[in-house]
Design a protein around this ligand. Sequence first.
Ligand SMILES: *Cc1c(COP(=O)(O)O)cnc(C)c1O
Length: 373
Amino acid sequence: MIPFVNLAGQRDAYRHEFEKIEKEVLDSGCFIGGPQVKNLEKELSDYVGRSAITCGSGTDALTITLMALGIRPGDQVIVPDFTFIAPAECVSFLGGIPKFADIDPETLQISIESVESLVNKKTVGIIGVDLFGQCAAFEKLRKIATDRGLWLVEDAAQAFGATRLIDGETRKACTFGDISITSFYPTKPLGCYGDGGALFTSNSQLEEKIRMIANHGSAGHYEHRMIGLNSRLDALQAAILRVKLTHLDEELQVRRENAAKYDEFFLNGWNQRVSPPLQVTPQRTAPENKSTFAQYTLLAENRNAFAEKLTQAEIPFCIHYPETLRKQPCFSEILHQQVLQNKNAETATKKAISLPVCPFTDVDQIIQRLSLL
Ligand SMILES: *Cc1c(COP(=O)(O)O)cnc(C)c1O
């Protein structure tokens, strides 16, 4: 059976590097923070071009972000309606109100028009998400944030290593928010062997605050200046990430080649051959973006029929995401204040389906199986 994400294949490829560094950490007696974490933060910071602070998970990174930005009960924050729950969840957890923006029907990224329509005098910020690995239109979100006096956060949990061309300059994911975050959940493009996350900022005051919040609000030993969290990366995860980071750019290259193979096959082979209900449209990558392809996502005219074909060919798939966030039961209490429907997000929940695309997946084999159907 083909795995959806081939983590075993990746472990085999770098096994000697992993085993050496894992032993070093376990023998060192230093398990939380320490030199591995310090070195990883330096390497992440060199990669992205701004300060990096590690923490316990991507969700923690968002919570710490909102705490550092000073969110207060009743504050409204605009988040995409079609994404993982974490951005909306963290806003609600801290007493804020998530306002759900629609998406672009082709790139599936947060819709700028929808964000504009949701800004009002209670709005304090926007969380943009780099969905499935390509950057949202952050230069446009930045303009809205600047014009309306809002903060801007980038959720790059799926997009560490992605780039976006803005005014002739290639910018990396994790550079667009006042604070940007990523996740090292095992199946993300840069994942560890447990939970982990990081925050990125160029603002040294925010950096200082973030470091305090992530470590019990403490500025030094037993000096607690504010209420914080226990959210720290452990040394073993940092060591594993340091190995994977050295291979990331090659891996992203293979992900992009895999995605290009699928595009070619579905647009110029499959769609010509199958009946209309089985036709699919790949998520559009904006020309200024280089995606990490955290997911290779298609919009299927009839998702059930297409999924049946995949099952027949023994090809695994995932549905990201089967429901809009505004329809999740946990948000039912705030729904009465919200617009009735986000049309494009609704459509995406019915059509989106993702195929294996990781660098250790044999995409040629998958395409071969589909061609034989
Ligand atoms: C995975 C993910 C998160 C949360 O990351 P964890 O490390 O699992 O807490 C947040 N936002 C998005 C868009 C994600 O995909």
